[in-house]
Design a protein around this ligand. Structure first.
Ligand code: MF3
Ligand code: CO
Ligand code: CO
Length: 280
């Protein structure tokens, strides 16, 4: 290929977007599966009365026992091994022994592992107890469907605008709103890299997807207005109107055929309510 024909795709921020080959996809598959296994593992422990600090310790031990480390611990000064965001917390909630789950809470647990130098990043919603308000259940359901509408839009030749539009459409047609301040991201041997993946957009706009691109899709959907603010701890983002917020996240790769999801649950624990099990 002549130099003038060399293609370097750039995302909306003008940065080049790397392409990954088969071995790199295999490494991402391993990292993604460990992150998903971690979310499977924690599921039976999520119940009223446990603290988010305790959930974090269990997750930290599980990751270490599997020969990996947490990507969040020490990341830009972040103090814990995962993020746990309860009710009106949008994302980056810091686990704490003072934060005890109550019956009726909805929460997101976001885990990123580093395995053999590769990052796997995924999050799911959980219910604490069974007395989950109807609106909260509906928000979680719609957020899950919004994420999957985004994933289904991923294929060679589609654009990131197509992906964002698909997500936004599901959220807004259900009278919920899409958070603008936080986006999905390229990922690989670093935590956050190009491309920036918006969860809103217009069909046909933005980066054209090619086989070999790898990024997360992680929409945050609010029951009320889209505006968020970050608390004084510098991390915890909450809805300004204190409405409930939900999020799911997968790490995906663009393939010749369409999309590979690296972080699918090995146990089929895709969305709550999860089948009852005993914590051991
Ligand atoms: N896992 C989050 C994401 O999806 C990032 C968490 S960074 C932290 O991108 F420092 F807040 F942990
Ligand atoms: Co992410
Ligand atoms: Co994440």
């Amino acid at each position: 290929m002549k130099k003038s024909e060399t293609i370097i795709d750039r995302d909306g921020t003008g940065r080049p977007v790397p392409l990954f080959g088969p071995e790199e996809f295999a490494a991402m598959r391993r990292a993604g599966q460990l992150a998903a296994m971690t979310l499977d593992y924690i599921t039976p422990f999520v119940r009223p009365g446990i603290s988010t600090g305790e959930l974090d310790r269990l997750i930290a031990a599980f990751i270490a026992d599997h020969g990996a480390r947490s990507a969040t611990l020490g990341y830009r000064g972040y103090p814990k091994s995962c993020c746990i965001s309860v009710n009106h917390v949008v994302n980056h909630g810091i686990p704490s022994d003072d934060k005890i789950l109550r019956d009726g809470d909805i929460l997101n647990i976001d885990v990123t592992v580093i395995l053999d130098g590769w990052y796997g990043d995924t999050s799911r919603m959980y219910f604490a107890g069974e007395r989950i308000p109807v609106k909260a259940r509906r928000l979680v359901e719609v957020t899950f469907e919004a994420m999957w509408a985004g994933i289904r839009a991923v294929r060679p030749g589609a654009t990131l605008g197509d992906v964002g539009h698909a997500i936004q459409r599901v959220a807004e047609s259900n009278r919920f709103s899409v958070v603008r301040e936080f986006v999905g991201h390229g990922i690989g041997q670093t935590f956050h890299q190009p491309p920036e993946v918006r969860h809103f957009g217009r069909p046909g706009e933005g980066l054209v997807l090619r086989p070999g691109m790898i990024f997360t899709i992680e929409p945050m959907i609010n029951a009320g207005r889209p505006a968020v603010k970050v608390l004084a701890d510098g991390w915890t983002a909450v809805t300004r109107d204190r409405s409930l917020s939900a999020q799911f996240e997968h790490t995906v790769g663009v393939t010749e055929e369409g999309v590979e999801v690296f972080t699918l649950s090995p146990k089929g624990l895709h969305k709550p309510p999860y089948p009852p099990t005993t914590a051991d």
